[in-house]
Design a protein around this ligand. Sequence first.
Ligand SMILES: COc1cccc(CC(=N)NC(=O)c2cccnc2OC2CCNCC2)c1
Length: 389
Amino acid sequence: KRHKFWETQPVGQFKDLGDTTLPEGPIEPPTPVSEVKQEPYNLPSPYEWVTCDIDSEEVCAEVYNLLTNNYVEDDENMFRFNYSKEFLRWALRPPGYFKSWHIGVRVKTSKKLVAFITGIPAKIRVRDDVVVMAEVNFLCVHKKLRSKRLAPVMIKEVTRRVHLENIWQAAYTAGIVLPTPVTTCQYWHRSLNPKKLIDVGFSRLGARMTMSRTIKLYKLPDQTITPGFRKMEPHDVPAVTRLLRNYLKQFVVAPDFDENDVEHWLLPKEGVVDSYLVESPETHEITDFCSFYTLPSSILGSQNHSILKAAYSYYNVSTKTPLLQLMNDALIVAKMKEFDVFNALDVMENENFLKELKFGPGDGKLHYYLYNYRVKHVLRASELGLVLL
Ligand SMILES: COc1cccc(CC(=N)NC(=O)c2cccnc2OC2CCNCC2)c1
């Protein structure tokens, strides 16, 4: 039976899709925290819950190894996300995070970590309604424990622990269709190192194209071209916060970032997140911003290469520099940093630069979901201003 679990959850149900009488907003009301189930859900007997302290080098390494060997693969099982330990520590410890939301499952006897799921708190605006939600991510069950129905109990457990903090909504993404997407995004890729991408099977040589012609097609300048384009620095946090908050107002769903959030999520971190801005040489005003995060993938079947170095478009704001030129500078910097590919979703205003900057469409889609919050109509990807890691 399809979605046996999801039909029991407060999420938009397929059967409700046509019903415009259902109001936008929370589907179920909050309950008093005292009435939330105090004890963890039952796991099958060989397994036990554990809270993963990712500050611990040893535990962080266990989480890294579980994800490296068992997390999301592309549709053709040629690549698998390979989040770094530094990235995981960044992604899971934003302002106000809860250690109790970093949930693992161990084998009681061997203490082997065999499953993982996380939440982090985030202020998300839906139209005019700012809601503190949990962003749920990194749901991973060891390949050898699939189809044991562990995922539903892990989702119920993270939901229970989120409820204990008096938070009643969540946001998450998936590559599969569940009840019911808020929006569905197409992902796009811009080759930076076409020879390697073709060698490992990520891309194919175009019809009537030679390798040298393909290399020339994707060639980029070896310096950025926008005057005043520079790395973001700590003293830029207030100006970038103002710029980003104002820009994100136009989207139906978007993060409600304050300066602490911007400091955590957007200050450059080597090997984790890169962010650049344009400071007007005349007025010293910050007029534009672009950022991307580092998410390599393991290459599962290549002799010559083991890692695909990928940059993922994060938040970009253009108010003076044309978006096309700003994102071209982002591509130039990514190439200078030896990324092989630059990925982007067709969210926000991205569709205005994707084709022009020689992005090609990916072979899959990313669906966005809200838990316990109904959005009246499915949104266009361009109405979405939220990028999850
Ligand atoms: C190239 O290596 C891959 C390894 C695993 C999966 C995929 C395909 C895929 N599922 N890609 C995306 O979900 C994706 C494509 C473009 C931008 N962001 C994305 O996902 C982000 C956001 C959701 N969490 C994973 C990272 C590709």
